[in-house]
Design a protein around this ligand. Structure first.
Ligand code: ZN
Length: 132
């Protein structure tokens, strides 16, 4: 693992949340991006060496919509940068961690991403990401 790449926060209303976080960071998001295959729109703020990713569902069956329905807004996942996502997936799966889906997919911010289920990660949805 290289570093904590970003923290994902599930929000109901991205435009409203962006305004709030713009005040906190005294800077606008450096990127707003729709990720069709994940059913989300995201915005990114730089915070020192890491980032905050705000996530809004853009369809009712999006994982973010389901998360907010169950648990409300809040921290959704932690993302760690890796050099070789396929190698890390193999290593983690061999150790018994539960991968969601079948391997890396295209995520936001020009990354290949994968997620490990919270039930094998002490309750925290865990993303690995690799620069493309
Ligand atoms: Zn993320």
């Amino acid at each position: 693992m290289l570093e904590l790449e970003h923290i994902g926060i599930a929000v109901k209303d991205l435009a409203e949340a962006n305004k709030r976080y713009e005040v906190l960071f005294n800077a606008p998001p450096y990127k707003i991006e729709k990720v069709e295959n994940e059913g989300v729109t995201t915005s990114f703020f730089k915070v020192g060496r890491t980032k905050i990713e705000l996530l809004e569902a853009n369809k009712p069956d999006s994982p973010i919509a389901k998360f907010i329905e169950k648990r409300g807004e809040g921290i959704h996942h932690l993302a760690y940068a890796v050099n070789d996502i396929n190698l890390e997936i193999k290593r983690m799966v061999d150790e018994g961690f539960e991968l969601i889906g079948n391997g890396p997919q295209k995520g936001a911010d020009n990354k290949l991403v994968c997620f490990f289920h919270p039930k094998t990660m002490n309750g925290v949805l865990t993303e690995l990401c690799q620069n493309q």
